[in-house]
Design a protein around this ligand. Sequence first.
Ligand code: HEC
Length: 304
Amino acid sequence: MLAGRIYADVAAGQTGNVDLSLRKTSQLAAQMSNTEWIRSMPGSDADKKFLLNCVGCHTLERPVLSRYTADQFMPLLSRMAGYAQASTPLHPQLRVEKLPTEPGLEQRNRKQAEFLAKINLSAGEDWSYPLQGLARVSGRGTRVIITEYDRPTSQPHDVIVDQDLMGRMDAKTLEVKFYKLPTAVAGTRRGMMDDQERFWVGEFKGDKIGRLNTRTGDFKEWSMPTSWTNPYDVAVDKNGEAWTASMLSDRVVRLDPATGATTEYPLPNETNVRRVFVDNRTSPVSFWIGNKHGATVVKVEPLD
Ligand code: HEC
């Protein structure tokens, strides 16, 4: 954390410099991103996967700081399921129609409740596992300017679709062709077509970026450099590089598909990133994201 408050006076049209000194924080929990919480928790990836259903409405700070036992989590899980998508604690909205009861729901909730009661503060004043922050970003990932614009009254949101197939419709014949993704539970969210008729997509549950060549049907995927990044969307710039940002780790990821090399840029504040956009008019390109929970818009300007 910063060793004290530091201010810089920046006159219009000029640059201001300030040297920051850091000291080790005594309150690591307050700085943990969703990615860091999930990676720190004991248990298999399969045990933790359901947590991806929680992060759309709020961070995992609520469950990990709670003191609920497994029994107390049972009604809480039903309450969460009663909120409409894109509800946040600032704007909770109840579902008009209840979700249908699936077979096995009770057992599934019980398993999740037991998991949650192991990773929260129900058993003591501290977590039973060491909190592990991600390694600090260095090198190219620090050569960037990030600007956040407050949008206090807006929380731009998006609807969630969950498909492991991608459909392509011929607008003339209305014929639909489905492509199966190589990753079993890819949880594709948003994407875009590039100028070579390749469709790029964020694989939220697969923790990858995918690219379908719509001419050949070939599919290629790139894993994220940090596990539990879970990208939602992807944008390709004029140089062919792919950009995404995590709903969990508060990091922007830049991928060079030719070499597979990635750069991560850390964002200054907690974010909840959905759609992402590249501005190709600047040089180097700039990258824009909306921060749904934080109600800000963020501009990322890499220095190369
Ligand atoms: C559709 C939106 C939504 C989803 C999904 C969601 N929550 Fe929540 N959660 C909320 C809202 C809104 C609140 C604040 C109101 C409340 O407590 O009911 C909340 C509050 C909480 C709290 C604090 C409650 C308290 O009494 O202190 C916990 C813990 C929690 N959520 C856990 C979870 C877990 C675990 C998941 C995933 C299994 C989850 N939530 C998924 C919307 C959601």
